[in-house]
Design a protein around this ligand. Structure first.
Ligand code: AP5
Ligand code: MG
Ligand code: ZN
Length: 214
C-alpha cells in the first residue's frame, strides 16, 4: 500500500503517519525529518535545506525529488510506504506519478488531513519534537510520559525553529499556494480520502483506517 499524506503544516501528518506505519508495518518517510536529520548531522544537504526551512519556504525540487526517488527504491519499501510531506508541489506529484508508472504502479491513497488555519497556530506553539527520532508531541494534546523526554527513544524533546508564529504564517501561505492544489490532483485520480483533522488524535486515526479499509 502506497499512501501519501496531504495537509497544512501542523495538520497531524506526522502524528497519523507514524500510527498508520505501525499498524501496517510500513515505513514512514518524512522529507522534513530527513532534512532535519541531515542538518543535525551537518551534511551539505542539511545546510542547503536549512535556509529554506527556517524561512518557512519549500526546499527546491532538485534537492528533494532525487532523495525521495532513492528512498522509495530501498528494500523496506517493497510492500509500500507512507510519504509524509511529499509531494508538496505539482512538479513533485507529477514526478512521483511518473516514477511509479514506470513499474506499473500508483499511489493507492492520498490522505488529506483537513484542519483550518485558525487551529494551526495554537497547535504549533505547543508542539515539541524528539531531537533524535523526530516523533511529535504536544504539551497539552499529546504529552510524553516523562516531561521533555521521548517515549520512543529517550531523546530530548525540542521546539522546531520553524514553529515560531511568524514562520508558521508563511508556511501556511506557501501551503495554500503550492500544496493545496494537490488535493484536486489526487481527487481527479480517484484516490483522495479527506478526514476531519480537528477531531482528537484517536478519532482522526480511526477515520483514516476506516477509509483505507472501506
Ligand atoms: P515538514 O516537517 O513536513 O513540516 P510541515 O508540513 O509544515 O508539517 P509539520 O511536520 O509541521 O506538521 P504535521 O502535519 O506533521 O503535524 P504533526 O503530526 O507534527 O516540513 C518542514 C519543512 O521542510 C518545510 O517547510 C519545507 O521547507 C521542507 N520540506 C519538507 N518536505 C518538502 C518537500 N516535499 N518539498 C519541499 N520542501 C519540503 O502535529 C502538529 C502538532 O499538533 C503536534 O504537536 C501534535 O501533537 C498535535 N496534533 C496532531 N494531531 C492533533 C489532533 N488531532 N488534535 C490536537 N493536536 C494534534
Ligand atoms: Mg510532520
Ligand atoms: Zn525519539
Amino acid at each position: 500500500m502506497k499512501i501519501i499524506m496531504l495537509g497544512a503544516p501542523g495538520a497531524g501528518k506526522g502524528t497519523q503517519s507514524e500510527r498508520i506505519g505501525a499498524k501496517y508495518g510500513l515505513p514512514q518517510i518524512s522529507t522534513g525529518d530527513i532534512f532535519r536529520a541531515n542538518l543535525s548531522a551537518g551534511t551539505e544537504l542539511g545546510m542547503k535545506a536549512k535556509t529554506y526551512m527556517d524561512a518557512g519556504e519549500l526546499v527546491p525540487d532538485e534537492l528533494t525529488c532525487d532523495l525521495v526517488v532513492d528512498r522509495i527504491s530501498k528494500d523496506d519499501c517493497a510492500n509500500g510506504y507512507i510519504l509524509d510531506g511529499f509531494p508538496r508541489t505539482l512538479a513533485q506529484a507529477d514526478l512521483l506519478t511518473k516514477v511509479l508508472a514506470e513499474s506499473g504502479d500508483k499511489v493507492d491513497f492520498a490522505v488529506n488531513v483537513d484542519v483550518p488555519d485558525e487551529n494551526i497556530i495554537a497547535r504549533m506553539s505547543g508542539r515539541r519534537v524528539c531531537g533524535k527520532c523526530g516523533k511529535p508531541y504536544h504539551i497539552v494534546n499529546m504529552p510524553p510520559k516523562v516531561e521533555g523526554i521521548c517515549d520512543n527513544c529517550g531523546g530530548e524533546l525540542i521546539q522546531r525553529k520553524d514553529d515560531l508564529a511568524e514562520t508558521v504564517k508563511n508556511r501556511l501561505t506557501v501551503y495554500h499556494d503550492q500544496t493545496q492544489p494537490l488535493i484536486d490532483y489526487y481527487d481527479a485520480k480517484g484516490c483522495l480520502v479527506t478526514v476531519d483533522g480537528t477531531k482528537d488524535i484517536d478519532e482522526v486515526f480511526a477515520d483514516i483506517i476506516a477509509a483505507l479499509e472501506a
